[in-house]
Design a protein around this ligand. Structure first.
Ligand code: SF4
Length: 208
């Protein structure tokens, strides 16, 4: 478990640097406190088991694994991610409760590109970005056409699969992937050399 988590964090570190460079050069950013991307049903945020292992491990260390497994089961793919924390004054404003260990797609959205049929790299700006900062979005695309580097989502998905093909072969709604990751960690807890010092996990949840 330690090895795959370390490899994943190294990947995220590299990706975050690339995104930071793209943001700095393009001037593109999210609307402050915007949570609209996280309000989508979790079945629109597809993740692999591997991406949810770090947060599952944290949940066991915090004694919250069973509770969050039940929340994720109740929410399912139709509801939003269980980690989204809306602000009381507006459900459209909020924050990620697990920002540092959020999955790949949550990092890429709005700050990544894909190749069209002619191999032109297109920006995946969010609807909010296009509405709030149309000129910045336009200029970012122009800069990309002139060579500004942007993370390509397909490249990062390939690199993710390279960490462990067996843990990345299936993409699932975020809440479902979270349940599977909690079950995966529960089965392996104590077998590796990374059992945390604060004792064993609570009784592992049962698969649905
Ligand atoms: S993990 Fe965080 S960033 Fe991703 S959908 Fe959930 S709340 Fe949003």
């Amino acid at each position: 478990m330690v090895q795959v988590v370390d490899s994943l964090f190294s990947l995220y570190q590299e990706l975050d640097q690339e995104i930071a460079q793209f943001k700095a050069h393009s001037g593109l950013n999210c609307r402050e406190s915007c949570g609209l991307c996280c309000l989508r049903p979790s079945e629109e945020i597809l993740c692999t088991l591997l991406e949810l292992i770090p947060v599952a491990r944290d949940l066991f260390q915090e004694g919250l694994a069973s509770l969050v497994w039940e929340q994720a089961q109740k929410a399912g793919g139709e509801s939003r991610c269980v980690f989204y924390e809306p602000q009381p004054e507006s459900p459209f404003a909020g924050r990620c409760g697990r920002y540092t260990v959020r999955p790949l797609l949550c990092r890429l959205f709005g700050f990544s590109g894909f190749r069209d049929k002619r191999s032109r790299v297109l920006l995946t700006a969010s609807r909010v970005m296009k509405e709030d900062f149309p000129e910045v979005v336009k200029k970012a695309q122009e800069s990309m056409d002139e060579g500004l580097a942007i993370p390509l989502s397909s490249d990062w998905a390939t690199r993710l699969a390279g960490i462990d093909p067996s843990l990345t072969q299936e993409r699932m709604p975020l809440n479902v992937a979270l349940m599977r990751a909690i079950e995966w960690v529960a089965l392996r807890w104590g077998r590796d050399d990374d059992t945390p010092p604060n004792g064993p996990p609570r009784v592992p949840p049962q698969a649905a």
